[in-house]
Ligand binder design. Sequence first.
Ligand SMILES: [Ca+2]
Ligand SMILES: [Ca+2]
Length: 276
Amino acid sequence: MSRRRTVFRAIRIIGLSVALAAPVAVSFTTPSTVGAATFINSAAPPIWNGQISQIGVWRPSLGTWWTVSAGSQQWGINGDVPVPADYDFDGKTDLAVWRPSTGVWFALDSSTGRTTSRTKQWGTAGDVPVPGDYDADGKVDFAVWRPSTGEWFTRDSSTGYTTGRTQQWGTAGDVPVPGMYDGDGQTDFATWRPSTGMWSIIDSTTGYKHGVRSGARGDVPILFYDCYRKFLVTWRPTTGFWTFTDLQGAYAGGRNWGFSGDVPVTGNFTGSSCIN
Ligand SMILES: [Ca+2]
Ligand SMILES: [Ca+2]
């Protein structure tokens, strides 16, 4: 058994004693009010490693996820922060939340049809969870950003989550938006500033720092991958509208999904490949 599996097995045993509602199917009304929306053409030439995003929202009041591509499911409770990523390494994004009061991550395994879950403690109250692949081994790492100092703290998959890295980037008031901006397979540290709409990015390959403006105060920033293209997304709670811009800040499309109070999420919930 690999070290990683050993770690996760241990984690799994510990975590489920914490009261997280068992995943249940819920009836729902679609969160979208959409009409015909201009949407990204996913058939366009495929960004990096064949990664594809699908959009969704997580509704805190219900703990329910609604994804465009993979239906709905309850996972998490009010007060949690959604942290979708592929924690069981099967190529599909897992529904997952981070609980600020305890710093515990709860991930629902896509590899077992969402019948099992795993947990990990990393971070403390006041932190912002920022999962990503900071050590570039193809597996997600646990990470948090601390607004008071602007520091990022990771626990890397390549060391069995025993060690990680620290990076200062951003200041209080910013929103962390880590992602694969430069396409080298390593998550780049990045922040978005509500007062200016500025995305500030450090490319992991070169250390080059650069910025682009997209979005306005009140928006929620998030990254979206469409095979070989990447988009800066700003989701507007008042309208539920997703605005997609390219890495130069040019408008590339948009659509509605979700309502005020929801939290936008992206991920490859179905495990789609660019080859299809
Ligand atoms: Ca998965
Ligand atoms: Ca990693």
